[in-house]
Design a protein around this ligand. Sequence first.
Ligand code: NDP
Length: 287
Amino acid sequence: MSTTISELVTLPDGTALPRLGQGTWSIGDHASSRAEEIAALRLGVELGMNLIDTAEMYGEGRSEELVGEALRGIRDQVFLVSKVYPHNAAGDKLIRSCEASLKRLGTDHLDLYLLHWRGKIPLEETVAGMEALVASGLIARWGVSNLDTADMQELLRIPGGNRCAVNQVLYHLGSRGIEHELLPWLKGHKIPVMAYSPLAQAGKLRKGLTENETVRQIAESHGVTPLQILLAWSIHEGDVLAIPKAATREHVAQNAAAGKLVLTADELWQLDDAFPQPSWKVPLDMI
Ligand code: NDP
């Protein structure tokens, strides 16, 4: 199967989302790049990547502040996602974290609030806290991040746990571990994957992907960059949406264009051959 940005991923409650959103880790860290980062996010929304992912962790609130600025006048066009630190993920701390995120984001509600990763607080307490936030209208729905299959199974056994809307996990052509067990399990429970670091961040690992001969040849035949092939690949599966982070309008435009690429069955097969999925269970890859 191969899909494009104009096709949608459906949450368990029926909400339809674009296959490409925008990540914001490390955005807002430098005053000199602020204006371009805001322009880039707004362009991304115009181009259909109208889901924005942030977290209280990112720059200890700087990312949320920048997203808030970028959202002025267009908040209602965007599906807004933020994440809570594990140590804040229950009780009064959860309420205070959520309220602080809302203040920085300049909004009265989040469309989705995620547990950033599993910490020491029992999942029961996080589910109860998230459900209370839904009841109070501060968030529309909640989900999780970095939870492997056993954690997801445990979550769904908790009362209310089945209202988990997504699992945000690391997924790119060079990290396909979820395909063996977690991805099929989530599909079976109709919980979409939000793929983070779909461009494999920057550095050595990404180089191994973008300089690969198969990736380069496929990119050349489409007249696009190898990174655009990586991004198109990350959303080729049903029930996966990806959140690339880009700090410039040029990168955002390229990413949106990648969302329209359709990889052929033969190209997908070649990519499988070059970067096979593991045939055994591997622990969930995380950053
Ligand atoms: P990505 O895989 O999205 O890669 C981001 C890097 O790619 C940046 O250096 C960016 O450069 C560059 N880039 C983006 N578009 C292009 C392009 N078209 N051409 C060339 N370079 C490009 O990494 P992230 O780790 O940021 O992941 C995406 C998002 O996922 C995060 O921002 C965050 O929102 C989320 N995330 C969640 C985690 C979790 O634990 N839940 C963990 C990690 C990420 P530039 O900025 O200069 O445009």
